[in-house]
Ligand binder design. Sequence first.
Ligand code: AR6
Length: 182
Amino acid sequence: MQGKSGCGAIEVVYGDITKEHVDAIVNAANPELAGGGGVDGAIHKAAGPQLLEECKRLGGCLTGDAKTTGAYNLPCSWVIHAVGPVWRGGLANEDELLACAYRRALEEACRIGAESVAFPAISTGAYGFPAERAARIAVSTIRLFLEGRPEMRVRLVAFSKTSAHVLKQALEERQAEEGSWK
Ligand code: AR6
């Protein structure tokens, strides 16, 4: 979906983020940047072992923060490793930490000059964050960030039909709230 003039675009796509031909893909990483399962495992597998070598030199990453590496065998140019929060019931600042992870990933994208960025649904797998709540936070944080950045394009990559539906719904709700955003 296109943003109103002066605002970057957000769209929801269904698929595997490792196949995305964008400037940067975002990884849902852990604070050790040690690789793991889920999208992290898929990204490391597709990128090759050099990605883990570079990650090891970064000294970890705090929850809510993001760090950038090369993409090696992936079709994108960079991987932005963002660490979302583990869901602990909602009273441990999880919402703000998730928003922070999205914001920091987008700041990294700007810093390296990446105009097209693909995100997975950070924290909604192994970290257990409720999908609808996470989708609303993702959409509103990205939307705010894209204000005044018309050159940017963000793709929310859903790995299941259910996830795609949840993300599309959050995007439509946000659009409806803003009225004129088409
Ligand atoms: N492309 C797009 N999305 C994917 C892919 C893929 N190839 N594979 C999985 N997803 P998760 P988290 C979706 O668990 O909750 C790891 O072990 C998945 O369906 O990957 O932030 C890390 O090392 C879900 O919707 O990340 C950490 O230890 C979303 O990506 C921990 O898990 C996120 O699920 C991070 O947990």
